[in-house]
Design a protein around this ligand. Structure first.
Ligand code: PNS
Length: 173
C-alpha cells in the first residue's frame, strides 16, 4: 500500500527551511503532496504572492524531487488530505514558539477528522531562524537572499521590491 503524506503551508514564499522539510519527508513517504493554502488574509495581512505564483514557485523549487506533487488548498486541510488519500500531514517545527500554534492546529484537525496523523519534523539547526516573514523583510530591505530561499525564488522575490523597499505589484518571475 502506497503511503502518501501532505506537507501544507502558505509558502509566501517557499524558503530553504520548507524545502528541507519537504525533501526529508519525501525520503520517508512513497508520495508527497505539497498543499499550498490560499491563506489570503493570514494574520490580517494579504500574501505577497498570489496562490498561483506560490504554487509555481513551490513547483519550481521541488522539480528535482520525484513523487512530489504540488496542489492548492482552497478549503479545509482535512478535506484536502482526505481527497488526496493521505495517511499523514507533515509539518516542520522550528522552536518552542511554533509549538503552541501547531499543537492547536493539529488538535483542531484531529477533532474534525481523526483518520490521519499530524507528524512534526524538527527544522535543521541551520534553518531554525528562517521564516517566510523574515525573508520578505530581508528582501524589502535589500539584503542578500541566497541560502535563505531556493534559487528559483531569488529573482521573483528580489523583483517584488523596488530599491526603496516599496512593493512592486507585477510578478516578474
Ligand atoms: O506554515 P503555515 O503557513 O503556518 O501553515 C498554515 C496552514 C496552511 C497549514 C493552515 O493555515 C491550514 O491548514 N490552512 C487550511 C485551512 C484550514 O484547514 N484551516 C483550519 C485548520 S487551522
Amino acid at each position: 500500500m502506497i503511503k502518501r503524506a501532505v506537507v501544507p503551508g502558505t509558502f509566501d514564499p517557499i524558503t530553504c527551511g520548507h524545502l528541507d522539510v519537504i525533501e526529508r519527508a519525501a525520503g520517508i513517504f512513497d508520495e508527497l503532496v505539497v498543499g499550498v493554502a490560499a491563506s489570503e488574509h493570514k494574520n490580517g495581512v494579504g500574501t505577497l504572492f498570489t496562490l498561483e505564483e506560490r504554487i509555481g514557485l513551490v513547483r519550481a523549487a521541488t522539480a528535482h524531487l520525484p513523487h512530489v506533487q504540488v496542489d492548492g488548498v482552497s478549503g479545509l486541510l482535512v478535506d484536502f488530505v482526505r481527497a488526496h488519500g493521505a495517511a499523514a500531514v507533515v509539518k516542520g517545527l522550528r522552536a518552542l514558539t511554533d509549538f503552541e500554534h501547531e499543537f492547536q492546529m493539529a488538535a483542531l484537525n484531529w477533532r474534525m477528522d481523526a483518520d490521519f496523523e499530524t507528524l512534526f519534523i524538527m527544522a535543521a539547526p541551520e534553518y531554525m531562524f528562517l521564516s517566510s516573514s523574515a525573508v520578505k523583510e530581508v528582501a524589502r530591505l535589500g539584503g542578500r537572499l541566497d541560502g535563505l530561499v531556493p534559487p528559483q525564488v531569488l529573482e521573483p522575490l528580489g523583483n517584488r521590491f523596488a530599491t526603496d523597499g516599496t512593493e512592486v505589484l507585477s510578478f516578474t518571475g
